[in-house]
Design a protein around this ligand. Structure first.
Ligand code: ASP
Length: 353
């Protein structure tokens, strides 16, 4: 029957019902958002720790950090800033907060170094800028914005990006600035795994270890909307603890961890970057919204709860439409997240409920 053919055929139909129009509906298991007002900024601080690992002090710190970032973005909105100003301000606040894996507090790679990635994108004309594997830039998101605005390129890496930062007068710091005990201790934990497995095989390991247990993906990101109706997205990270030197994740890859398109939506992601790159997560969500006119929650769930979950790609996304509708979707135990409405109402959440 022409016109009634399924738009897509979910490989595993559990959780889906026929939508009566040739397609399938996936019932969202995500916490319901009771949205009565336009959202102008949504943020994430990663998928976080298991509830059992989070002390009351840490929980308070995360909620405060999310609130501070939302208020920093909201101040730009009130001052008639662009969506790029809004998301940059929110991400900078998260980068400056040592609790999150971006800027100060970034994780260590296998050589005990910090290599940072960030991206920013504007939804009106699909302009984008990104930096990867930078070691001396205090706020990588600010440098990503300058790549977008001042160069003919989209992505600068390593030494070239740092040289550009110097020329552009962006604040540079030594590697010591990024240090925190918590990230250092976690690196030592993973190195212990490396040593143990080396002993077992008596061979030099080619690649460093990752734990079997749930990882703390604590990249930060923001999706914002200005008074002109323009969307923007920004994401920033230290990547994965014990990652190989030179490894770049999904965060600075436009269409993987970051995307913004006024004809679709803005997306920022956190999670196991290799999967987000391979599945083109941020762009795929945008394509479902732009081409199939799917609601944000349905599009985000299709990619995160269906494709990524089945592939074993753990993580979460935040999304925002040009009308100010927000949706979160994560297949991890939690997602540190929050949003602020146009009248300044702030919401933060850490877990499924
Ligand atoms: N997505 C980031 C990466 O793979 C990690 C994270 O979300 O914490 O680099």
């Amino acid at each position: 029957m022409a016109g009634k053919l399924p738009l897509f055929d979910p490989p595993d139909k559990s959780g889906y019902t026929n939508d009566g129009d040739g397609g399938f509906k996936l019932a969202s298991k995500m916490p319901k958002i009771n949205q009565t007002e336009k959202v102008i900024l949504a943020i994430h601080g990663g998928t976080g720790l298991d509830r059992s690992e989070l002390t009351a002090t840490l929980e308070k710190g995360y909620r405060q950090g999310l609130t501070d970032a939302l208020l920093a973005g909201f101040a730009k909105y009130k001052a008639a800033g662009s969506s790029t100003d809004i998301v940059e301000a929110a991400v900078k606040a998260l980068e400056d907060n040592p609790l999150f894996n971006a800027g100060k507090g970034a994780v260590f790679n296998e050589r005990s170094q910090h290599e940072l990635d960030a991206a920013i994108m504007e939804g009106a004309d699909l302009k984008a800028g990104a930096v990867a594997a930078v070691r001396t830039v205090k706020n990588p998101v600010a440098l990503a914005r300058l790549v977008m605005e001042k160069t003919p390129h989209v992505l600068l890496v390593g030494l070239g990006a740092e040289r550009f930062a110097k020329k552009a007068g962006v604040r540079q710091v030594s590697q010591k600035y990024f240090y925190t005990d918590r990230r250092w201790n976690y690196l030592q934990e993973l190195r212990g795994l490396d040593k143990a497995s080396k002993k077992k095989t008596k061979k030099t390991k080619l690649v460093p270890s990752y734990p079997d247990r749930h990882m703390e993906w604590s990249t930060v990101g923001a999706v914002g909307l200005d008074s002109q109706g323009v969307l923007a997205a920004a994401t920033s990270t230290g990547g994965l603890t014990n990652k190989m030197q030179g490894r770049v994740g999904d965060t600075p890859i436009i269409g993987a961890g970051t995307y913004a398109d006024n004809h679709g939506c803005a997306v920022s992601a956190t999670g196991h970057g290799e999967f987000f790159i391979r599945y083109g997560v941020a762009h795929e969500i945008n394509a479902l919204v732009r081409l199939l006119k799917w609601p944000l929650q349905k599009a985000a769930d299709e990619v995160m709860q269906n494709r990524m979950k089945k592939a074993g790609g753990e993580g979460g996304v935040i999304t925002l439409s040009p009308k100010g509708e927000v949706a979160f979707s994560f297949n991890s135990p939690g997602l540190y997240r929050g949003y602020v409405t146009e009248s300044g109402k702030v919401f933060t959440g850490l877990y499924q409920n």
